[in-house]
Design a protein around this ligand. Structure first.
Ligand SMILES: Nc1ncnc2c1ncn2[C@@H]1O[C@H](COP(=O)(O)OP(=O)(O)OP(=O)(O)O)[C@@H](O)[C@H]1O
Length: 304
């Protein structure tokens, strides 16, 4: 089966208000699924429904075999809590006992995986945020889950901590074959590692696509500046069969997102008496595209 986890019309209502509505997510085996959205968009609520911490008001989630996958699911939804006075190793030992999984070798291996071997006998209260995040991850992966659900795991980390954690995610995915669902409110945090991106805005999944497709389609585009944009748009659609473009009416700019030949566009515009002021190939920062998507009202839209 291609998918390890799918949701179908997943919905959550609080006090008559839908905070998550009709979400269809499709997470493939072994991939890193970047779950993006501004604060309050509904990411945590969806992750809680997936991990059975919150009961959906409607819709469902579909695993291959529901009970079995739950056992094979690791998660960090809220800030990970530890027995602060106990050592990292002791925390992992207690967790394994609680889960009915006791394998000393697994503890040692997992501490090595998250690079905490040299501090395994320190009490957790002396750990930095990054170390705690890595210990949380160790706890989530020690029982060898097939899927990991991580809610904003790099939040609050400095660039070094973020980098370390991203490397670890790649390792878990590529070397251990674990599927990862990682939420973030910042595209740049997961852009390099995500295979698929799901974008949530006001409780609705507004985009789900391979990261590569988004990168190609939206970072490269042709910017066409014309005197008469309605006529230029007409020519694009009717003479060149170009549909994937956006008009910025205030500036007579047309951004064309698919891979078209600039020459064809120039020739066709000339043949149809459209005056071109300029035509250039541009790269849009991906973050701008994301802000535009979740803001929904122009390139300067902010998250909230
Ligand atoms: N138990 C609850 N009762 C009422 N409203 C809730 C409850 N839990 C969440 N909400 C609301 O649901 C909306 C979505 O919250 P959620 O925490 O899922 O968003 P999020 O995308 O994870 O944002 P953040 O990154 O800030 O955690 C918010 O408006 C929040 O106030």
């Amino acid at each position: 089966m291609t998918y390890i986890l799918r949701t179908h019309q997943l919905t959550k209502t609080y006090n008559g208000e839908a905070v998550v509505s009709g979400v269809d997510m499709n997470i493939k085996y072994g991939e890193i699924y970047g779950f993006l959205g501004p604060n309050g968009a509904g990411k945590t609520t969806i992750m809680k429904m997936i991990t059975n911490l919150v009961q959906p008001s409607g819709g469902e989630k579909v695993h291959d075999t529901s009970y079995e996958v739950l056992k094979r699911m690791g998660s960090i939804i809220e800030y990970p809590v530890f027995f602060e006075k106990l050592t990292a190793r002791k925390n992992l030992e207690l967790h394994c006992e609680y889960m009915g999984y006791y394998d000393k070798q697994a503890i040692t291996e997992t501490l090595a995986l998250v690079n905490l071997v040299n501090v395994e006998n320190k009490p957790v209260k002396d750990f930095s945020l990054g170390m705690k995040q890595r210990l949380g991850l160790a706890r989530a992966v020690i029982t060898k889950p097939e899927i990991l659900i991580l809610d904003e795991p790099v939040n609050g980390l400095d660039p070094v901590g973020m980098h370390e954690l991203r490397d670890l995610f790649m390792k878990l995915s590529r070397q251990y074959g674990i599927t990862l669902l990682i939420s973030s409110h910042n595209l740049s945090e997961i852009e390099q590692i995500a295979d698929t991106i799901g974008v949530i805005r006001k409780g609705k999944l507004i985009k789900e696509a391979p990261m590569e497709e988004i990168r190609n389609a939206h970072t490269n585009h042709i910017e066409l500046v014309v005197k008469d944009y309605p006529r230029a748009a007409f020519v694009l659609e009717n003479k060149l069969n170009v549909w994937n473009f956006r008009v910025r009416e205030d500036k007579n700019i047309i951004n064309i997102y698919d891979d078209y030949s600039q020459n064809d566009i120039i020739q066709s515009m000339i043949q149809n008496q459209v005056t071109i002021e300029s035509i250039v190939h541009k790269k849009q920062p991906l973050e701008d595209y994301f802000l535009q998507l979740i803001g929904g009202d122009g390139p300067n839209a902010k998250f909230n």
